[in-house]
Design a protein around this ligand. Structure first.
Ligand code: NAP
Length: 432
């Protein structure tokens, strides 16, 4: 019998578990560990609450967790409760699927001011991440800005732009919905340091903006190259740019505006003890397509500034780490130690990108220790003994189902669940 530990229960972790389960069947046991008592990582804490069709992928992960050879072991923090070296003693292979939960920083003056938050914090706040339940983003003024031209920037801007009724059917947490109901924000400026041809936003996500009840997207066609220049673009990007151009035809007859401000590079954030404005420099593209400052500056008012410029992985003691992710070659970090997903590649790609990624690493594991060859590691039994000796009480998949049932039972009408946002609430729900 082989024993495998996957650290992290988001998409990358679950696709890897699925692949290992397929490769080994009953000849291996796969444990998916998570620091929280609840699984699904990015799906629960990162995917926008009004994108329930994306969140539905967790049903597929349920199937994996329910298969005989796979277990969920929650409420265990690697690097604190148990080290990677100890896991390698207990398991034949350890696969790190810890994602990229930390915000990259802009590195400009004023970033430390109150009112400047990273997208991981803001997304975590409205998605019920326990670390960000108390974020209390300032929503009392009329202007907000989101820095970045990727899909996360769009998520943050859209959540600020929607009215109460548009969150029906979502699983946005109660504290965020109440705060957004009281929001005074009317202008959300989305700052891109480059132009419309350099956006990282996808058509489906951009298309939604044209149909919001209370907000209209605004573009300045002067920022766009001539329409013929769209022709050679990759089809997805061409569609996105066409959608953006189309925003110029929308009547500005809604109370909120989402203003796309291209070629605008943040220089500093200013204000009296809190963010009040961003000073940006107008840019142009250089020969390599990078943003080059023109020296012309202007101010964008914003009491809430959300930076959505990418993420980095959390380092784990004794695991080589560089450039915001674990040092690896094709997923292999060291003998019997692997990384998958954003912890392997950095924060790019869709949820589905993690599937081939997980399968590739599972193939490597299976090549190194073919199914049917014997292993003599203690696996979950040994891990649980060790955790018990340290006073750590893990949760299992049945515990998660109880938590989920309680969250579903207390949901507001039309919402799939009302998430618990404090670890003690999770544990109370399972009688601890
Ligand atoms: P992203 O797609 O990499 O976009 C990051 C953006 O930040 C880029 O526009 C980048 O501009 C900008 N940026 C980086 N450094 C900057 C700086 N110093 N100053 C100003 N701008 C800066 O990252 P993301 O939006 O965090 O998304 C992460 C991944 O998750 C992506 O693959 C995304 O598609 C995916 N995602 C998908 C969905 C969905 O499918 N619904 C939702 C959310 C996220 P440059 O291009 O100039 O570097």
């Amino acid at each position: 019998m082989r024993h495998f530990a996957i650290v992290g229960s988001g998409p990358a972790g679950f696709y890897t578990a699925e692949a290992l389960e397929k490769a080994y069947g009953e000849k291996a046991r796969v444990d998916i560990l998570d620091r929280y008592p609840v699984p699904y990582g990015l799906i629960r804490f990162g995917v926008a609450p009004d994108h329930q069709s994306l969140k539905a992928v967790s049903k597929r992960y349920d199937k994996v967790a329910e298969s005989a050879g796979v277990d969920f072991i929650g409420n265990v923090t690697i690097g604190r409760d148990v080290s990677v070296a100890e896991l390698l003693e207990l398991y034949d292979a350890v696969i790190l699927a810890t994602g990229a939960p930390h915000d990259r920083k802009l590195g400009i003056p004023g970033e430390e001011l109150a009112g400047v938050v990273g997208s991981a914090e803001f997304v975590g706040w409205y998605n019920g991440h326990p670390d960000f339940a108390d974020l209390d983003p300032p929503l009392g003024s009329t202007h907000a800005a989101v820095v970045g031209n990727g899909n996360v920037a769009l998520d943050c801007a859209r959540i600020l732009a929607k009215n109460h009724h548009e969150f029906e059917g979502s699983d946005i947490v109660g504290h965020a919905l109440e705060a957004l109901d009281q929001s005074a924000i009317r202008t959300i400026t989305i700052l891109g340091r480059r132009g419309p041809h350099q956006i990282a936003m996808t058509p489906k996500e951009l298309g939604e903006l044209g149909h919001l009840e209370a907000a209209v997207p605004v573009v300045d066609l002067a920022d766009f190259p001539p329409v013929e220049a769209d022709e050679p673009l990759e089809p997805g990007l061409r569609k996105s740019v066409t959608l953006l151009r189309g925003f110029a035809d929308l009547p500005p007859d809604k109370p909120k505006r989402m203003v796309f401000d291209f070629f605008a590079k943040p220089l500093r954030i200013e204000g009296d003890g809190k963010a009040e404005r961003i000073v940006v420099e107008k840019t142009e593209l250089d020969e390599k397509g990078s943003a080059r400052g023109t020296g012309e500056t202007y101010e964008v008012p914003a009491s809430l500034v959300i930076t959505a410029i990418g993420y980095s992985t959390s380092p784990i003691p004794d695991v080589p780490f560089e450039g915001g992710k674990f040092v690896n070659e094709g997923g292999r970090i060291a003998d019997r130690l692997y990384a998958v997903g954003w912890a392997r590649r950095g924060p790019t790609g869709t949820i589905g990108t993690n599937r081939p990624d997980g399968y590739e690493v599972a193939d490597q594991v299976a090549a190194a220790m073919p199914s049917g060859t014997a292993g003599d590691r203690a696996g979950a039994e040994g891990l649980k003994r060790l955790l018990q000796s340290r006073g750590v009480m893990p949760t299992d998949y049945d515990d998660w189902r109880k938590i989920e049932e309680t969250e579903t039972a207390r949901a507001r009408p039309g919402s799939p669940r009302e998430k618990f946002v404090r670890p003690e609430e999770w544990l109370q729900a399972i009688g601890r």
